[in-house]
Design a protein. Structure first.
Length: 159
């Protein structure tokens, strides 16, 4: 009977219920055994239900975690692919633009060099032309002055 009281107490029933069960056991022992079996079956059923629910929730949690991990990996792979594709495009665009700017720079440098040489040649030609013109002008003036001087000398000797 004490063993029965300990088992009922271990099943989680209150101490008042234990005394009630002891009183009933003294009055009608088969009823107590039926109640004990009923509570034992009820506890086993609740234990089974909690294990099933725990297993279901664990399975659901694992499935959801696996799905979220798979989704995360797929999204990470997609974003990595997109990032690499965009980086490759930007690198290609940068190289094309750099090549275009280099070509433009070379063309402009060649044009400016050609213009500079042309202007330098023109200025040299102008300078030489002016020097020749001044040289001839000076020569003509010198000759004219010399001729004038000779003419005046001759005229003065004749008169």
């Amino acid at each position: 009977m004490i063993l029965l009281l300990c088992v009922v107490f271990l099943l989680g029933l209150d101490l008042n219920y234990c005394f009630l069960i002891l009183d009933l056991f003294c009055l009608y022992p088969p009823l107590i055994l039926d109640l004990y079996l009923f509570f034992l079956i009820l506890d086993l059923f609740s234990l089974y239900s909690s294990l099933v629910l725990d297993t279901d929730s664990l399975y659901s949690s694992l499935v959801l975690d696996t799905d979220s991990l798979y989704s995360s990996l797929v999204l990470d792979t997609d974003s990595l692919y997109s990032s690499l594709f965009l980086d490759t495009d930007s690198l290609y665009s940068s190289l094309v633009l750099d090549t275009d700017s280099l070509y433009s720079s070379l063309v402009l440098d060649t044009d400016s060099l050609y213009s500079s040489l042309f202007l330098d040649t023109d200025s040299l030609y102008s300078f030489l032309s002016l020097d020749l013109y001044s040289f001839y002008s000076s020569l003509i003036l010198d000759l004219f002055s010399h001729y004038s001087s000779l003419s005046l000398d001759l005229y003065s000797e004749v008169h």
